[in-house]
Ligand binder design. Structure first.
Ligand code: XBP
Ligand code: MG
Length: 262
C-alpha cells in the first residue's frame, strides 16, 4: 500500500488511547503502592477519574495529598513520599501489564500494521513514564517494539507535561515532520490541547474516563478505532468495519473543517 498523500506520521498517546490503562492498571497499582507504604489511602474508580485531570502519576499524588490531613507537612518529606509511592506504583503496573491485565484497544494493532506497510511513520507522545510504555508495548509488540515506534517521547523527556504541547513539539521535531503532516491520536481533553498547541491535527478515540467530556478542535471524534460507525464527522460508506489508514487520511485531508463536537 502506498502512503496516503499528505499524511506522513501518526503520533500516539498511550494511556487511554493505545490501551485502557488507568482504571485497572495505574489506579490498582497506586493502591498496591499505598499498601506497601503502610498508607491507608485508596483511590476508588470515581476519585481516580477526578484525579486524572492532573497529568503525571506523581503530580496526581502530590495533588491528592493536599487534601489529606495525614500526608507529610514538610514539603521535602511529602515530595520524597510521592517519589517512593510512584516508583513502587510503576513496578506494580509493570507486573500487572506483564500478567496480561491490560489489552491494547481493538483496532490499534491493525492501524499500526497498516501504517508500517504504507510507510507512515509512527511516534509516541505521552506523559507516562518510559518504563510503563516499555512494559505495555513489550508485552503486545514483543521485545523489538521500539522498531515500530521510531520516536518515543515520555514524561521524563519533557519539563512540562500535557496539556502543555512540549511532548508533541519534541516528537514532531525528532521525527523531522511538520505538525500539519501528522495526525495525533488522543483520548483526553488535555491530550487534545497538547497536540493542538503543537499545531498537530487530532483524532480522538473516546476512552472510558473521558467518555462525556467536551472536547474542542479535533478533526474527528469517535468511539474507538474498532468501529467506523459513530464518528463525527461521519466516514463515507457503510460504517462497517474498523477505522483504516484511509479513514485517518480522509479526516487529515479535511482538517480545515476543525470543529467542536459534544
Ligand atoms: C497519562 C498520565 C499518566 C498516567 C500514569 O496521560 O497522565 O500520568 O496516568 O503514568 P496522557 P505515570 O494519556 O494524557 O499522556 O504514573 O508514569 O505518570
Ligand atoms: Mg491519554
Amino acid at each position: 500500500m502506498s502512503r496516503p498523500l499528505g499524511l506522513q506520521a501518526l503520533v500516539w498517546d498511550v494511556d487511554g488511547t493505545l490501551a485502557e490503562t488507568e482504571r485497572d492498571g495505574h489506579r490498582v497499582a497506586f493502591n498496591m503502592a499505598f499498601e506497601d507504604c503502610g498508607l491507608p489511602w485508596r483511590w476508588d474508580e470515581a476519585r481516580y477519574g477526578r484525579l486524572l485531570r492532573i497529568t503525571g502519576g506523581r503530580e496526581r499524588l502530590m495533588h491528592d495529598m493536599q487534601d489529606r490531613a495525614d500526608a507529610p507537612r514538610v514539603p521535602s518529606e511529602r515530595d520524597a513520599l510521592a517519589r517512593d509511592v510512584h516508583r513502587r506504583k510503576n513496578r506494580h503496573y509493570e507486573e500487572l501489564v506483564q500478567g496480561g491485565r491490560i489489552a491494547l484497544r481493538p483496532g490499534v494493532i491493525e492501524l499500526v500494521d497498516e501504517c508500517r506497510s504504507a510507510g507512515v511513520r509512527l511516534a509516541i507522545a505521552t506523559t507516562t513514564s518510559r518504563s510503563n510504555v516499555a512494559a505495555l508495548l513489550g508485552v503486545h509488540l514483543g521485545p523489538d517494539w521500539s522498531a515500530t515506534f521510531e520516536v518515543v517521547v515520555c514524561g521524563e523527556d519533557v519539563r512540562h507535561k500535557k496539556p502543555d504541547p512540549e511532548a508533541f513539539v519534541l516528537a514532531m521535531s525528532r521525527l523531522g515532520v511538520g505538525a500539519v503532516g501528522a495526525v495525533a491520536v488522543e483520548d483526553s481533553p488535555g491530550g487534545v490541547a497538547a497536540a493542538r498547541g503543537a499545531g498537530c491535527p487530532v483524532v480522538v478515540t473516546r476512552s472510558s474516563y473521558f467518555m462525556d467530556d467536551p472536547i474542542e478542535g479535533a478533526i474527528a471524534i469517535g468511539p474507538g478505532l474498532h468501529s467506523r460507525a459513530g464518528w463525527h464527522p461521519a466516514l463515507p460508506g457503510t460504517g462497517v468495519g474498523r477505522v483504516t489508514l484511509a479513514d485517518i487520511a480522509h479526516w487529515h485531508a479535511l482538517q480545515d473543517t476543525v470543529s467542536s463536537y459534544p
